[in-house]
Design a protein around this ligand. Structure first.
Ligand SMILES: C[S@@+](CC[C@H](N)C(=O)[O-])C[C@H]1O[C@@H](n2cnc3c(N)ncnc32)[C@H](O)[C@@H]1O
Length: 259
């Protein structure tokens, strides 16, 4: 589309949300300036049901955690297919998975996203998402704060709202000018999760989780939680303090990284 001055009009910023509850959208995003801007076509929103990619008569999307434990895990194969579908329409857009163990959503991140063509957002549910899909689809994990919501939909809305208000023409000039300005063991980031299939996209569930050895599984999970916290949020370890056993596990994690 070409504007009167001869310049190429920018395609509206586009949010594509993968969710088990597409009916929640646009929800609060239909109100106020974000809602008006949506109607005006300054940005676009598509909520896609993950269930469309589920298996069988019941469109199953989740399964029990590899290695045992509470809750259900969203399957890598279901999510992989859903993501591939969503990305086909927006290949240039960053892919984000809403997660309490992600990098914090900051204004810097919001501004960066507003400069791009849009975003694909995966809203999790249940205990979490099979780790392999996060890695295989290079999902950027983003958290809206150190607390656990029931699902990623509200977090997706928070992110979208924060970005949309940065888009040209959404806020009036006055508002724009005025604008310039977590868990396995308590206090740790969560460990990676896996479920069936045991091998997906050439990637196997870590062998310890299939061992049936509960003490070793717990030890592995605590080590991963310590390691990820150390890598991503070192201040969490300082705040919490580590037992002698945890110091040993973290050292093992560091050594494994080097190997
Ligand atoms: C019950 S939570 C799973 C929490 C996970 N077991 C953990 O402790 O990291 C279900 C979903 O809600 C979303 N969610 C929960 N809290 C969030 C937060 N603070 N920021 C972003 N997304 C969040 C994520 O999409 C997550 O997969």
């Amino acid at each position: 589309m070409t504007e009167p001055g001869g310049t190429q009009a920018r395609a509206p910023w586009r949010a594509t949300v993968l969710t088990l509850f597409p009916e929640l959208f646009p929800g609060p995003l239909s109100a106020s300036r974000a809602g008006e801007a949506l109607k005006q076509g300054l940005w676009a929103l598509e909520a896609i049901s993950i269930r469309e990619f589920g298996f069988g008569r019941h469109r199953a999307v989740d399964d029990t955690p590899a290695g045992g434990g509470a809750g259900m895990i969203l399957r890598a194969d279901v999510l992989g297919a859903a993501i591939d579908h969503a990305v086909a329409g927006n290949p240039q857009s960053p892919r984000i998975c809403l997660s309490p163990r992600g990098e914090p959503l900051t204004q810097l991140v919001v501004r960066e996203l507003a400069k791009g063509p849009g975003v694909m957002l995966l809203a999790g549910r249940f205990e979490g998402i099979d780790q392999r899909v996060i890695e295989a689809r290079a999902l950027r994990e983003v958290s809206i704060g150190d607390y656990v919501l029931s699902g990623g939909e509200l977090a997706a809305m928070v992110l979208i709202d924060a970005v949309v208000r940065q888009l040209p023409g959404v806020l009036n000039d006055e508002q724009s000018a005025a604008e310039d300005s977590f868990a396995r063991s308590a206090g740790l980031l969560d460990c990676p999760h896996y479920t069936r299939p045991e091998v997906w996209d050439g990637e196997a569930v870590p062998a310890v989780l299939m061992s049936g050895h509960h003490a070793q599984i717990e030890r592995w999970r605590l080590k991963q939680a310590l390691g990820r916290s150390w890598q991503r949020r070192p201040e969490l370890l300082e705040r919490r303090g580590l037992s002698a056993e945890e110091v040993k596990l973290l050292e093992e994690f560091r050594q494994e990284l080097k190997n």
